[in-house]
Design a protein. Structure first.
Length: 368
């Protein structure tokens, strides 16, 4: 056998051996980790995996009802009250902003040891669209954690050196004494009307464009070159900032914003509203403000170019070309630079924007 063929076969054997060792390690560590969770911690696991672990240690065939869904489920369905009033043994498998793959494998785990008569599904989780890529990631993640629990409980080594944080388990139910009144419109149950957003945004664009054009055309010819350049830079910066906000809202996830809202963080509720209306926010920021600022900065650039040409006796044609090129470079370069910032810090930008707007709204209410 040639030397090259021997080397190739040797590499294949080493690769197969590595995969076998890795598989054995993952399986044995998963079995050991699950044993530790069940027999040592008695299912008392903190964080997102708490209901999954606690459900694992429930005695077999003792549950009549399983409840699944997001935070509305574990805050609304009282397992203790169901048992006291109706004699129904229930377990709440809800998680904050629970996703469909989590719901599926949570119930799959429940049916391994239980035979419930009813499964109650809180349907808000069905309408949380996280996109095809993240949905696929969530499916693979939950599948891996279900069949190899070491991925689910990999950070439990901390409990071996620290005292575990014990939580009172009310069969998944979470007691909260906070009351938050509904502050939305009273007609939220009515059928939604036809989408009038395109008409609204068209009128809005017309009005804002008219205002910006008036400012540009009436002020720019009367001010000096320095003030004109400052106004021009202001239009460019406004376009870049709003483009960054639009990108941040579009690329952000709803789950962290929901978590902030559940903790009653100021401005978080407005941030959730932004994400739920991401198409409109993005349209307003990127299309309305961004495009209008681009057009207005172009016309403002003409005034700046004319002022430079008149004051320094430069050729108006070439001055106009250079100013226009600089405006385009600053706008495109600025947006390209800020897009990366917007994607990397999307939740912070969405929250800060929502917080600023919330403060303005509160001041407006006080004045009224």
């Amino acid at each position: 056998m040639p030397v090259s063929e021997v080397r190739r076969m040797s590499k294949i054997k080493r690769g197969i051996l590595f995969i076998v060792i890795l598989a054995v390690f993952l399986v044995t560590s998963s079995v050991g980790m699950e044993y530790y969770v069940v027999h040592q911690l008695n299912g008392e696991v903190t964080g997102r995996n708490r209901p999954f672990a606690a459900l694992t240690v429930e005695p077999e065939d003792t549950l009549d009802l399983l409840v699944a869904g997001d935070s509305e489920s574990y805050n609304s369905v009282s397992t203790m009250r169901l048992w006291e009033d109706k004699g129904i043994a229930a377990y709440d498998c809800g998680q904050g902003a629970q996703r469909i793959p989590e719901t599926y494998y949570m119930l799959k785990q429940g049916f391994k040891g239980q035979s419930p008569k009813i499964v109650m599904l809180e349907t808000n989780t069905l309408f949380r669209d996280i996109g095809a890529v993240k949905s696929t990631q969530a499916i693979l993640e939950q599948m891996g954690q279900y069949y190899l629990p070491v991925f689910r409980y990999h950070n439990l080594w901390k409990t071996a050196v620290d005292e575990p944080e014990i939580h009172t388990n009310y069969k998944g139910f979470v007691i909260r004494d906070e009351v938050a009144p509904y502050e939305g419109k009273p007609d939220y149950m009515k059928k939604k009307k036809k989408n009038s957003w395109p008409l609204i945004v068209t009128i809005l664009a017309f009005g804002i464009s008219l205002l910006f054009s008036f400012i540009s055309e009436s002020i720019m010819p009367k001010v000096g070159i320095i003030i004109g350049i400052i106004i021009l830079i202001a239009f460019i910066l406004i376009g870049i900032i709003f483009d960054m906000i639009g990108v941040a809202v579009t690329s952000s996830d709803e789950e962290p914003l929901h978590a902030m809202s559940s903790k009653k963080i100021k401005g978080a509720k407005k941030a959730v509203s932004f994400k739920k209306n991401a198409d409109r926010v993005s349209s307003f920021c990127n299309d309305v403000i961004g495009d209008i600022c681009g057009i207005i900065s172009g016309s403002a650039g003409v005034s700046v170019a004319k002022g430079i040409s008149d004051n320094f006796n430069f050729n108006l044609f070439y001055t106009g070309l250079i100013v226009t090129a600089l405006i385009a470079a600053a706008t495109i370069g600025g947006k390209a630079f800020c897009k990366r910032i917007a994607i990397d810090n999307n939740h912070k930008i969405v929250y800060l924007t929502a917080k600023v707007i919330s403060k303005f709204e509160k001041k407006k209410k006080k004045h009224n």
